[in-house]
Design a protein around this ligand. Structure first.
Ligand code: ZN
Length: 264
């Protein structure tokens, strides 16, 4: 094969992958969340892939929820939770197009331990306002630590954010996330410890857990949620800065459908 033919083949392959990557994930935004289920992928000919976000509408274990609407059960023994985060030497500050996020590096070893099960920390991101509510109590923002096992099993640790003292770890993220949608800052040269965003923890860690889903399309279920009872704070100026990047990137609470909230 001559060089020119090889180049056009490479170009064709790149176009194929760029197109298929796009077709696997049609555009969506938070403003139209009531109709995510109906977003159509016209490049797919077979149902159900033609409506790749259908579970956002038909799922019975969707997130977020009003935690006060779930029955709290504290009489069943639940697994001890350990948060084994440490310093990431090459975090990637990422503007996902739907929020600000930090992706952990390939070598990162931080994880969540639930009983004997380990869940590697893949990324953490922010919503403003918060997604989970507790009756009339709403939070100005919410932090989600997303852990994914090699087989795809997901556990999310959620931390409520209130207005209060300035948060220096959060400031580092604000200052290093690109303002352009899709932008990645991979070469900040910074180290970052995701644990720096955690509230003070009890020993053993007090938590609440419920079965749920991703809160963004494709709204996949089978996600186990863990909530810490203590909020962290950011300053009002920091909230304004967060909202200047992404405001109202919160999904509204979904039907609880008889789910229980387990705690110790
Ligand atoms: Zn989230």
């Amino acid at each position: 094969m001559n060089r020119k033919k090889l180049n056009s083949l490479i170009a064709a392959v790149i176009v194929f992958f760029a197109t298929s990557a796009f077709s696997e994930s049609p555009h969506w935004d938070h403003a139209e969340q009531s109709t995510w289920w109906a977003i159509e992928d016209t490049t797919q000919t077979y149902p159900p892939k033609r409506f790749p976000f259908a579970v956002c509408g038909v799922g019975q274990h969707q997130s977020p929820i009003d935690l006060a609407a779930a029955e709290v059960i504290d009489t069943i023994q639940i697994n001890p939770l350990e948060i084994l985060y440490d310093v990431d030497h090459a975090p990637v500050f990422f503007n996902s197009g739907h929020g600000i996020q930090v992706n952990t590096s390939i070598e990162y070893s931080g994880k969540l331990k639930v009983g004997e099960e380990l869940f590697p920390l893949i990324q953490f991101h922010f919503h403003a306002p918060g997604e989970h509510v507790i009756g009339d109590t709403k939070f100005p923002a919410e932090l989600h630590y997303v852990h994914i096992q090699a087989d795809g099993k997901i556990a999310v640790l959620a931390v409520a954010i209130n207005i209060g003292d300035e948060n220096s770890a959060f400031q580092t993220i604000l200052e290093n996330v690109p303002s352009v949608s899709g932008g990645k800052n991979e070469n900040s040269g910074l180290q970052f410890d995701p644990a720096a965003l955690l509230p003070p923890l009890d020993h053993p860690i007090k938590y609440y857990t419920v079965a749920g889903s991703l809160t963004t399309p494709p709204c996949s279920e089978g996600v186990q949620w863990y909530f810490l009872p203590t909020a962290i704070t950011i300053s009002e100026a920091q909230l304004n800065q967060l909202r200047s990047l992404y405001a109202d990137n919160n999904r509204l609470p979904q039907d609880v459908n008889g789910r229980s909230l387990l705690t110790q």
